[in-house]
Design a protein around this ligand. Structure first.
Ligand SMILES: [Zn+2]
Length: 390
């Protein structure tokens, strides 16, 4: 067993490109990779390119007719079938769409395999976390659901309990849907309330079906939630359900779109709180999952100011060499940012909110506080189903 972390990276993932009008600019991946290098973090991890996910792997989650539709749109973008969510404003078709989507999925599947085999204790695929893709449709900038595929591959390998924790600002609806009736997978999503944000799901009452009732946990936070509320909600829900579920592997999704600068959503979380949750996920993996941790990226549309720093922190945390928030960003990276985007890059690895603090749930709650109401709704809906006190 190697303690080393793996960073999944193949330059070709930057071909996941919906075009110049689309908010998910792949420069965010390229700039993250180069910031990881500029900070010297790539010497602390093993950088690995996994193979693309093949059809038999994609079929673990996706319907065959949908995979065929993606391939057809990939070969001829003009012929994309909108009934599969392809060729839409959110998911425009582009040449090579199938191949690059399968490549990203392959990095998450490869990360899961490496962690389960013990080749690495932790593995990061910041190009992944495409959590909105459904078994039979593209949705919300996501073609193949690499997170669900990584989990499905673990189940195929014989893992009996996988926990998925999603802190993207959007509900992790595709992953929840894939395992809605599967008690082997616990999905936990913290997100902005569905009343104010896509995909309009993730209500606390969504708790899973049949034998899997209580295996979906949804914390729907009010727009405007900041660092203290976000961290309070995370710690009021996630550790208790993980302690009870006892996952063999922890898969986490770290969409950076909770950030106050993100143009597509309305939470007000800082980079420093994002880093604190990354650190917490790392600790939870060690506490409850034998250290086996697969960490994925996700949304994030402040592609210069936020995403590269957030996910470089994630790599640092997984590498066992967390980047100090006060770290000054190397000038060479800022020059690259300017050359590629004509924007000025950030100066430091912090938003100046470090250290972030929050009040713990155990000390009591305020029934009039909207974050506390969201936490209580989540706990009341699902904790009793898991034998926990609400
Ligand atoms: Zn998102």
């Amino acid at each position: 067993m190697s303690g080393r972390a793996q960073l999944m990276w193949d330059e070709a993932v930057t071909g996941y490109d919906f075009g110049p009008e689309h908010p998910m600019d792949p420069v965010r991946l390229a700039l993250t990779r180069s910031l990881v290098g500029a900070l010297g973090l790539d010497r602390e991890v093993e950088v690995v390119a996994a193979r693309p996910a093949g059809d038999s792997t994609l079929r673990l989650v996706h319907r065959e007719d949908y995979i065929d539709a993606v391939k057809a749109a990939s070969a001829d973008p003009g012929a994309a079938d909108v009934s599969y969510g392809l060729g839409t404003i959110d998911d425009p078709a582009f040449a090579g769409m199938h191949e690059v989507s399968a490549l990203i999925a392959g990095q998450s599947v490869g990360a899961a395999e490496a962690v389960w085999r013990g080749d690495a204790l932790h593995a990061v695929n910041f190009a992944g976390g495409l959590h909105h893709a459904m078994p039979g449709a593209a949705s919300g900038f996501c073609v193949y659901n690499d997170a669900a595929l990584a989990i499905a591959r673990l189940l195929e390998l014989g893992v009996e309990r996988v926990a998925y924790v999603d802190v993207d600002v959007h509900h992790g609806d595709g992953v929840q849907a894939a395992f809605w009736e599967d008690p082997r997978v616990l999905t936990v999503s913290l997100h902005e309330h569905p009343a104010t944000l896509f995909p309009q799901t993730g209500w606390p009452e969504e708790t899973g079906a049949d034998r899997a009732e209580g295996s979906a946990v949804n914390v729907a936070l009010p727009a405007g939630t900041g660092d203290a509320g976000w961290l309070r909600a995370f710690h009021a829900v996630v550790p208790e359900v993980l302690a009870e579920f006892r996952p063999q592997v922890l898969v986490t999704q770290h969409g950076a779109d909770t950030h106050f600068e993100d143009p597509l959503a309305h939470l007000a979380v800082s980079l420093d709180a994002q880093r604190a949750v990354q650190v917490a996920c790392h600790e939870l993996a060690h506490e409850y999952a034998g250290g086996r941790w697969v960490a994925l990226g996700g949304g994030g549309y402040a592609v210069v100011e936020v995403v590269p720093r957030s996910w470089a922190h994630l790599v640092g945390v997984a590498a066992g060499r967390p980047v100090e928030p006060e770290t000054v960003i190397p000038e060479g990276w800022r020059q690259e940012v300017y050359a590629r985007t004509r924007q000025l890059g950030p100066m430091r690895m912090t938003d100046g909110r470090w250290p972030v603090s929050y009040a713990s749930w155990e000390a009591g709650y305020d029934p009039a506080d909207r974050v506390d109401q969201a936490v209580r709704a989540a706990r009341r809906a699902v904790f009793p189903l898991r034998g926990l006190l609400p």
